[in-house]
Design a protein. Structure first.
Lengths: 267, 267
DNA sequence: AGAATAGTGTCTATTAGACAATATCCT
DNA sequence: AGGATATTGTCTAATAGACACTATTCT
């Protein structure tokens, strides 16, 4: 940090720091499990009426003792997610924590190209979140609407700021994460079937997978899933065997990995 | 960005934004190719005398017309690298570009935990750089020293700020990048031998590799390397065949990947 | 019964890793 | 000549992908 002392940011126009969240979940649409992203429709300028990622400024906060207590970045991301989903009133920390406890959060990247916000210099730290099926969001107090939107139906050409690019980066990261980590389990309930897990992969990768081979690969990766001993209460609605129930294992990485098919000729 | 309009950062203490760079290169120490990182010894408080990553504030800059012209983040990273390495005077853009043209740069992550800088709230965007053998750095104008330091010899317990953690994250990212991308070529000259490439892998992964199999794997990954048709002028100093020379191919990803050995029992 | 879903067997092509052997080039 | 380095051959185990088949449960 060569100039940490020589440079005083207070003498310049400040750089604003925001946190944006790409929250992904799987919802069933017409019997098809489909990848959705949480978006808000902006109620203010700029980009009024456009879809945007939920997010907002990182700000100093007053702690219980009234002293300044800055937010950590992941903390700010969870707060934005909680506020926009309406999962809890922002004052009710306990409820927020309970409902969002199972949400997986990781940093995606930071976007700071000058001009990405027409008003001022803004640096956005983007986070990627994987969530099990959450309720429909309740519109925040800022007169926007919020909704889970199927990613295939997102009109990227009309998104606010550079959020279309952030979304694309997030989708690629998510697809890649499923290859090397057991994070697909973050999209399903605590107990799940191998078929449900496969539907997560199919929704995120956007392609059908060979069910028998998928089954075997999941079971052969140590620590991916643990057998609960139980099965589903019923078979499929139109018949079919009951499925065994699993819970997430303890592995952080998959060995061997579950690679996307048809990635041969990578440019 | 829910509160983009409701919140005016000018009313609060500003958040400072810095860029830090983890620049890695391979240098031969006692005949052993060894991974080095560029570090600066701090000449100012806080952390006087401690090793730190090169970096500095992202700042508004006056363009040729005198108007404000903000730096993009990667641009700031290259500037810091150029200033600290003494590869070019900071004002001479052309010279910077020429010497650093072959440096690969990617964003590593953003570190913003409150308290990581004792003076004020600082958000640091860290970049990872892979460089071919660069000259010894020339101490910057800020009375620090700068040097390429073997990563194995870095005293992590006495680094400034949270730079030890950033360095660890960078090393893990670098090791992982070599598995899935052809970026090892960023560490060597434009023409190189398979052995030199293997030495990059061995230095970054910290373990010896099986030379014959490595050779075949590199050649079997489409687009990793291109044969130049030429060979080295001489064999090894103590005898040995001349090696064929290759240049970097056009692939962005390696298929199949070159995986680190002995990663089986990942926690 | 018949359809639907879950799960297992098996075969082939590809890849990973080990070891052996060959090809060149230095002193 | 003899050691050193680069490159190719060959064999075995593991993995990926395809297809066939069995097991179970629904209407």
């Amino acid at each position: 940090m060569a100039f940490l002392s020589a440079y005083d940011p207070r003498r310049y126009d400040p750089i604003a720091v925001t946190v944006d969240v790409v929250a992904l979940t799987i919802r069933v649409v017409e019997s098809v499990p489909t990848l959705h992203v949480l978006l808000v429709r902006r109620g203010r300028r700029p980009f009024v009426g456009r879809w945007a990622l939920p997010g907002g400024f990182v700000r100093p906060e007053a702690g219980p003792d009234g002293a300044r207590r800055d937010e950590d970045l992941p903390e700010a991301a969870v707060r934005e997610l909680a506020e926009e989903t309406g999962l809890a009133a922002s004052t009710d920390r306990r409820a927020v924590d309970r409902r969002l406890a199972r949400v997986y959060l990781e940093q995606l990247g930071t976007y700071g190209t000058p001009g990405r916000d027409p008003r001022m210099r803004v640096i956005s730290v983007a986070y990627l979140a994987f969530a099990p099926d959450l309720p429909d969001p309740i519109a925040g107090g800022d007169a926007e609407t919020a909704a889970w939107v199927p990613v295939a139906g997102v009109d990227r050409d009309h998104m606010a700021f550079d959020h279309a690019r952030i979304l694309d980066d997030a989708l690629e990261r998510a697809a890649s994460k499923l290859e090397y980590t057991p994070l697909a389990t973050a999209f399903v309930a605590t107990e799940f079937t191998i078929t449900e897990l496969r539907e997560v992969y199919e929704a995120v990768w956007g392609q059908a997978l060979h069910a028998p081979n998928f089954h075997r690969k999941v079971l052969s990766a140590p620590g991916f899933v643990e057998d609960t001993g139980a099965t589903t209460a019923r078979g499929g609605a139109r018949g079919g065997r009951r499925a065994r129930l699993y819970r997430a294992g303890t592995a952080r990485l998959l060995h061997p990995a579950l690679l996307r098919p048809g990635q041969e000729e990578a440019r």
